[in-house]
Design a protein around this ligand. Structure first.
Ligand code: PMP
Ligand code: GLN
Length: 467
C-alpha cells in the first residue's frame, strides 16, 4: 500500500464484518445491506434472463461498456430524469458496482497534484480512491446542528453545507467535487439551494475541468416530505414540453439529480447502482452517466479494468427495471413501496432506540434518505464504555485520541449483542472539533435500518441493557 500511496489497514467493514461472523446471532445493524431477499419480480427477472438463450446467451461476455439491453434501459430512464436525450452507447458505462464507477471516474479525471473536494463526513471509500488516482482529498466540513444542545444520551441533528466553506476550499487545482445525496452516513438530503451553491462553485472554476461526481446510490430511498416546489414546477413544465419525453413524477420523487441543474449536465458524472434499490447489494452492477467528453476516457479505460460486468446480472437488471415501475403490493410502483417501507423502518428503529433509553427524539425531524440513523453519543452513554476498552484502544494505537466510537461499538458487539458502525472512518484526521476541542469523528455511531423488523427489535432490546 505504501507503493500505491495509500495507508490501508483493516477497514471498518472487515473489522465489524469479522465481529458479525464470529457471532451469527448478533443483531446486526452494521454494514448497509438488506437482510431479506430482493423483490420477487427481480428474482424472476434474474431467472428469466439467465435461461432465455433464444437470441444470444447471457452467459458469455458482452459489450465492455455495458450490455445493450441495460444501457438502453438506463439511457431511457435518465433521459426522463435529466430532461435530455441520453445516448446509450456514448453516455453510459456499466461497471462492477458504483464503487468501480467511482474508481474509473477518478482515474480518468485526476492527475497527480489535482485536488478533490469531499463533504465531511463522507463515505470512507472515496479517500483512498482519490489517492490511488494521485489526487489530494480536500475536506469541506458540513456543519452539525444538533437538535438538542445538551444531550445526555444520544442525539441527532442536521448537517448543513455552508457555501463559504466550499468557496474557500476551491483552488485552481480543484478537479472534482464528490457529492453524495442521499448521504452515507448521515442520511442527509442536500437541498436544492445547497446543490445550487455547488453548481455555482463549479461554474466559478475558470476552466470546465472541474466536475461533480454525483454518487446517487440511495436515490430511491428517500423518506423526506414531498418534492419541493421547484421540482414540482419543473415536472409540470417538462410534461408540457414537446420533445416527446415524459417526466414521471412517480419515479424518484424527492430526489434531485444534480446533473439536471441548469448547465450541470456537461459538468457531472452521475454514479449509481442497483444494489440498494433492489435489495441486491451482491448483484454489483453499477454505472456512470455523463457527457461524451467525460465518458469517452472511461470507455477507453474499461477494457483494462474488466472485460465486462456480469452479463447475466446486467440482463436481469434490464428486465427488472421496467417491472419496478408497475404497481407493487398496493403502491403505485415498487419505488413507492420502497420509500414507504424505509420510512416505517426508520420510525421503528427511531422509536425503539428511544424506548431503550438510547434515544434520538427527533430522528424524523429533517428530510432524509438512505438507510442509516447517524447519532451523536452523549455523555451518559460514553460514561458506560468500560475504561479498559478505551485504554486498550489507545494502547493499540499510541498517540491517537480515544476513539470512543470504536470502543463503544466493539463493546456493544462483543458484550451486548448489537452491532453498529463507528463513525470515525467517515471523517478526516483534522476534522471539526467540538466546543471542548474533541474531534467530532469520535462522537457518532451509524445505525442501519435496512434490516428486518425482528432484527431491529432485537437490537433495541439489547440496547435496553446498556441504558
Ligand atoms: N456510494 C455510497 C454512498 C455507498 O454507501 C456505497 C455502498 N455500497 C457505494 C457507493 C458502493 O456501492 P456498490 O455496492 O454499488 O459498489
Ligand atoms: N455502503 C455500505 C455501507 O456503508 C457498504 C459499505 C461497503 O461494503 N464498503 O454500509
Amino acid at each position: 500500500t505504501q507503493r500505491l500511496g495509500i495507508s490501508a489497514g483493516p477497514t471498518v467493514w472487515s473489522e465489524f464484518g469479522r465481529l458479525a461472523m464470529e457471532n451469527p446471532s448478533i443483531a446486526n445493524l452494521g454494514q448497509g445491506f438488506p437482510d431479506w431477499l430482493p423483490p420477487q419480480f427481480a428474482i424472476d427477472a434474474l431467472v428469466e434472463g439467465a435461461t432465455d438463450v433464444a437470441h444470444r446467451s447471457p452467459h458469455q461476455y458482452t459489450r465492455t461498456a455495458g450490455h445493450p439491453s441495460l444501457v438502453k434501459e438506463l439511457a431511457g430512464r435518465y433521459s426522463r430524469h435529466l430532461h435530455r436525450e441520453v445516448d446509450p452507447f456514448k453516455e453510459v458505462a456499466i461497471s462492477v458496482g458504483a464503487s468501480q464507477a467511482l474508481y474509473l471516474a477518478l482515474q480518468t479525471l485526476i492527475k497527480p497534484g489535482d485536488e478533490v473536494i469531499l463533504f465531511e463526513p463522507f463515505f470512507d471509500l472515496y479517500v483512498n480512491q482519490i489517492k490511488l488516482a494521485g489526487g489530494t482529498p480536500k475536506f469541506v466540513p458540513l456543519t452539525f446542528k444538533p437538535y438538542d444542545d445538551s444531550p445526555d444520551v444520544i442525539t441527532g441533528g442536521e448537517w448543513v453545507l455552508d457555501p463559504e466553506n466550499l468557496e474557500k476550499a476551491i483552488t485552481d487545482k480543484t478537479r472534482a467535487i464528490i457529492l453524495n445525496s442521499p448521504h452515507n452516513p448521515t442520511g442527509k438530503i442536500f437541498t436544492r439551494n445547497e446543490m445550487e451553491a455547488i453548481a455555482d462553485a463549479v461554474r466559478n472554476v475558470a476552466s470546465d475541468d472541474c466536475v461533480v461526481l454525483s454518487d446517487e446510490v440511495y436515490k430511491y430511498i428517500v423518506h423526506s416530505p414531498p418534492i419541493d416546489e421547484m421540482e414540482r414546477e419543473e415536472a409540470a413544465q417538462f410534461e408540457k414540453s414537446e420533445d416527446g419525453l415524459k417526466y414521471q413524477p412517480a419515479i424518484c420523487q424527492g430526489h434531485i439529480h444534480f446533473a439536471s441543474l441548469p448547465g450541470m449536465w456537461d459538468r457531472t458524472l452521475t454514479i449509481s447502482s442497483a444494489g440498494k434499490t433492489f435489495s441486491a447489494t451482491g448483484w454489483q452492477v453499477g454505472w456512470a452517466i455523463g457527457p461524451e467528453r467525460l465518458m469517452a476516457p472511461i470507455h477507453q479505460l474499461l477494457p483494462y479494468v474488466q472485460f465486462c460486468a456480469s452479463t447475466v446480472i446486467q440482463e436481469a437488471l434490464a428486465r427488472a427495471l421496467p417491472k419496478a415501475d408497475l404497481p407493487y403490493e398496493g403502491y403505485s410502483s415498487y419505488y413507492e413501496h420502497l420509500k414507504a417501507m424505509y420510512t416505517r423502518k426508520r420510525d421503528l428503529l427511531g422509536s425503539a432506540l428511544n424506548e431503550a433509553g438510547f434515544g434520538i427524539p427527533d430522528y424524523d425531524k429533517s428530510p432524509g434518505g438512505g438507510f442509516f440513523i447517524f447519532a451523536r453519543i452523549g455523555k451518559e452513554i460514553a460514561d458506560k464504555i468500560p475504561k479498559d476498552r478505551l485504554m486498550a484502544y489507545n494502547a493499540a494505537a499510541p498517540g491517537t485520541v480515544a476513539r470512543q466510537d470504536w470502543a463503544l461499538c466493539q463493546w456493544m458487539a462483543e458484550e451486548k449483542g448489537v452491532l453498529c458502525i463507528p463513525a470515525s472512518p467517515f471523517f478526516s484526521e483534522d476534522c471539526t472539533k467540538d466546543e471542548d476541542g474533541n474531534p467530532l469523528s469520535d462522537q457518532f455511531v451509524r445505525i442501519a435500518f435496512c434490516k428486518t423488523n425482528d432484527t431491529i427489535q432485537k437490537a433495541a432490546n439489547a440496547l435496553k441493557n446498556i441504558c
